[in-house]
Ligand binder design. Structure first.
Ligand SMILES: Cc1cc2nc3c(=O)[nH]c(=O)nc-3n(C[C@H](O)[C@H](O)[C@H](O)COP(=O)(O)O)c2cc1C
Length: 336
């Protein structure tokens, strides 16, 4: 029995719900081609960072105007960034090349926190041929006088500013730390987003006991991290009109199926593909297909959202009461 595994994301028809998340694999054309062959429905490029763009502009200014002390300070941040991807011009060229080499939709990614000149790169990414843009907003508030409303306002202004630059579909990738995510999601939608990517993984700092230095370092995700986006996607499904993408902790077919059941239109994968290589996507997709056939689904669309909070026989499992039940079940396991 054949099963239709296509889905719609940001208004784009995708041949499969497995999307390559922004990560180094999407910075490499041959990996992208292998991922397309393995059945990826789309690929999100690595992010181009506000700091990278501003840095390049400052460098230009420095060369031409021969200034300044501020410049020296701000460049100290950059060696790592330059290793991450190769800078704004190469970034745009990479999108053009990816568009020529692949048939799946290519989603550009911009990462920034303040309204500024870097936003014009949204337009340049559109002109380079990207099919959509993902805007990753990653703000870590540290000031005691800044309110949550002010922070949210900053997000919304950024979304609106990027929306005004482009006519491409726009997804916004955010973290989970909002007091009322459903309300904020509605506001992001009203600001012009077509999709939400849930969630950004913050790179939490660590302390090196030998050097007493604070060292943010990147670790690949674990499957347990899926629970957080699973809850919020389940809650948001049918409460917002925008597309929903699940990112964090999708490693195997079971994870992808759960995210789709909760209500994700697509699932994004980075860590598992980095760990196991592009062919892992083929295995996951085959297992998703098998599960659908075994469970008599005709399509992925039929699956999507069928265990969302609204559709679930047990909606409170997405809410607070789940907590008490979980505690109680743990205790009884100890007793038993
Ligand atoms: C090495 C690495 C590089 C990443 N680079 C980016 C990036 O440039 N932009 C972005 O939005 N997310 C980036 N991410 C985050 C992933 O896109 C993804 O959201 C996150 O890793 C959670 O998904 P996972 O559990 O499948 O890894 C990166 C992740 C890894 C592991």
């Amino acid at each position: 029995m054949s099963v239709d595994i296509s889905t719609t994301y940001l208004g784009l028809k995708l041949s499969s719900p497995l999307v390559v998340s922004a990560c180094p694999l999407s910075g490499d054309l041959s990996s992208l081609q292998r991922l397309e062959e393995a059945g990826a429905g789309a690929a999100v490029m690595q992010s181009l960072f506000e700091e990278q763009i501003e840095h390049e502009e400052m460098e230009w200014f420095h060369v031409h105007e021969n200034t300044s002390d501020r410049y020296a300070e701000s460049t100290s941040f950059f060696p790592e960034m330059e290793d991450y991807n190769t800078g704004p011009d190469r970034y745009l060229q990479h999108i053009e090349q990816a568009k020529r080499a692949l048939t799946i939709p290519i989603i550009g990614s911009l990462n920034g926190t303040t309204k500024g000149g870097w936003i014009r790169y949204a337009k340049l990414i559109e002109q380079a041929g990207a099919d959509a843009l993902e805007l990753n907003i990653y703000i870590v508030p540290t000031e005691t006088h800044v309110t949550s409303e002010q922070i949210e306002q900053r997000y919304l202004e950024l979304v609106a500013a990027v929306r005004a630059e482009i006519s491409l579909p726009l997804a916004v990738k955010i973290g989970p730390f909002f007091t009322s995510l459903p309300h904020f999601a509605k506001r992001i939608e009203a600001a012009g987003a077509n999709g939400l990517v849930l969630f950004n993984r913050f790179l939490d700092p660590d302390i090196n006991l030998a050097t007493l230095e604070v060292t943010p370092h990147l670790v690949l995700s674990s499957r347990d991290e899926l629970r957080l986006p699973l809850r919020w996607i389940g809650i948001l499904r049918n409460r917002v009109k925008v597309s929903l993408a699940c990112t964090s902790g999708v490693h195997f077919a079971e994870d992808a199926l759960k995210a789709l059941l909760a209500g994700a239109d697509v699932v994004m994968m980075a860590s598992a593909l980095l760990r196991n290589g592009p062919t892992h996507l083929e295995t996951v997709l085959a297992e998703v297909q098998n599960w659908l056939v075994e469970n008599e689904y005709k399509s992925v669309t039929q699956l999507i959202g069928s265990v969302s909070r609204e559709k679930s026989a047990n909606p409170e499992a997405f809410e607070r009461s789940n907590y008490m039940r979980a505690l109680a079940s743990y205790t009884s396991r100890l007793d038993g």
